[in-house]
Design a protein around this ligand. Sequence first.
Ligand SMILES: Cc1ncc(COP(=O)(O)O)c(C=O)c1O
Length: 403
Amino acid sequence: MSDEKIPFLDLVTVHRGLQEEFVEILKTVLNSAGFIGGPMVQGFEQDFAQFCESRCCVGVGSGTDALRFAFMAAGIRSGDMVVTVPNTFIATTEAISQAGACPDFVDIDERTYTMDPAKLRQYLETQCTWDSKVKRAFHKGTGNPVTAVVPVHLYGQMADMDPLLDLATQFNLKVIEDACQAQGAEYFSKKENRWRKAGSVGHAAAFSFYPGKNLGACGEAGAITTDDEQMAQTCRLLRDHGQSKKYFHDIEGYNGRLDAIQAGFLRVKLRHLKKWNEQRREIAERYYKLFAGSEGDVTLPHQPEWSRSVYHLYVLRVADRVQLQKRLDEAGISTGIHYPIALHLTKAYEGLGFRVGDFPVAEKAASQVLSLPMFPGLTARQQERVVAEVLKSSPVAHSGGLR
Ligand SMILES: Cc1ncc(COP(=O)(O)O)c(C=O)c1O
């Protein structure tokens, strides 16, 4: 077997065939000096809204900006509590705090790693009291209103949205999808009897175009999608210092605009996204086949029948992750950990007062998850090597479920 190194992600090859188009974008921007806003940004916004089957798209500087602006546009205010999951990138909770609210958590489903609707129901029914006069749930501990829920579509797979939306309606919560890892992912809504795209389901959604994402810029970029024109308009103000026109500031905002060059690059790359997501699904399918039939202690990703994942990451769970990652590293195979510490236990949130054991499913996942190489262009031979090395140290496999 070859001992060629296998990267976790290859961001060089994917851009080779796009270089000429990128040069054209640069020339257009340089010849017009339209560095900020303008047709490149508007063109991308139109294309991405269409891709997400959403009415509006607002391009911004990053996924974190997208989350923060979406929360503020949804009316989240200082003192509100916003519920999300502990196993996400810290940007989810940073943006909640930066909008003035306090993050709170509910545990995840042990098979999908996304928000468990039963845990959200339990939280709202047992840890909150319902005030029917103001139509709000108030957290019993803090006395503060719970105003929004943020399901995170993790690893390219959407959360189980039907029951989450029902709870949001019952408890008057805004739903902001963290779709930063899920461009193109789909969810089958039984209630509507149709597949729905990430970014089209909640009141608004946030996307990141950080370079390693399924749709990645060549720098920082993000976007908000929403069907609500009013929310989109507020996000447009927030990204640009609250200006409705130059130097007329309706509100205080931020410098959170999408760069025109990045918008141009993203527009080129968006035309390939469907094909790249298809390739990721084929690669995931091959991983499943290569692992099939082995017995042991590795858990493969679980895709419920209501989900069409875009496999931003292919994440195993294994009891002895340290040993497996070391072994793969020695074999020249790069892996990642998404994420090693559940957020309620991270140092930044010590002040929130959570303890080990508060969210046991997320905590266990944090100690066991390992992301294998996954990117369009990963070859069958490379995958065979990865799987052979995994099986040497941890014979496999079953799909989903903590053991
Ligand atoms: C789940 C999740 N939320 C939010 C973000 C933040 O996006 P950005 O890095 O573009 O600010 C990321 C990006 O890594 C993410 O994965």
